[in-house]
Design a protein around this ligand. Structure first.
Ligand SMILES: [Zn+2]
Length: 205
């Protein structure tokens, strides 16, 4: 009796899988026609599943930095035609079909069409940026819990101050920051090719 029930469930799953495939089937002639007439939707999609580990680089002047690992970090665009997700164009990847395409003698050369779904290699992933910011905020909060304070040390100019995580109150002109302020300042100036030569972020015991 139990076996029979299991089998029924499997059959159901198989049917559902078939329905999904049928929904996703589309003729390439229809895809080309839709692209040529602009009858399609481009949706942006992204995700960041990176493990971000903040810490001090003892070899490099005790500077704060992070290591990222994981390969589940991506962004790109999905093309929808007639409510079917037809293809995706992810950053650093080639265009990939998502639907079951019935070519029917047709062929497509994506380069023939002007579609606004390309991301340059340099475009940063907002989900990844947000993860960096929030993980740095969490790291800062852990440091506060361990007895550290977060400081901004004023420099001669607005963009040449320094960030400091320390248990000792600095002698130089400074202000105490919250984890959120600290993380935002870090990404405004430290992780910025224009100002990172003038800025530093150290951790001191
Ligand atoms: Zn990421």
């Amino acid at each position: 009796m139990r076996n029979k029930q299991t089998k029924n469930v499997e059959l159901m799953d198989g049917q559902i899988e078939n329905w999904r495939k049928m929904e996703k089937k589309i003729k390439l002639s229809r895809v080309i026609e839709a692209i040529e007439s602009g009858d399609y939707i481009i949706d942006y999609t992204n995700s960041c599943g990176c493990n971000i580990d903040w810490g001090v680089n003892n070899q490099y002047n005790d500077e704060l930095g992070c290591e990222c690992s994981g390969d589940d970090c991506w962004q790109g665009h999905v093309m929808k035609i007639d409510d079917v997700e037809v293809a995706q164009n992810l950053q650093h990847e080639s265009i990939e079909w998502l639907a079951d395409i019935d070519c029917d003698g047709y062929d497509i050369n994506w380069n023939d069409y002007t579609i606004d779904w390309y991301l340059g290699d340099q475009a940063s992933n907002p989900a990844h940026d947000a993860a960096l910011l929030s993980s740095l905020g969490e790291y800062c909060q852990e440091m506060i819990n361990d007895g550290y304070q977060l400081y901004y040390i004023y420099g001669a100019f607005a963009n040449d101050g320094a960030l400091l995580i320390s248990k000792i109150v600095p002698e130089a002109d400074h202000v105490v920051m919250t984890p959120v302020e600290f993380a935002e300042e870090y990404y405004r100036y430290i992780d910025n090719p224009i100002t990172d030569n003038y800025q530093a972020c150290h951790v001191e015991d």
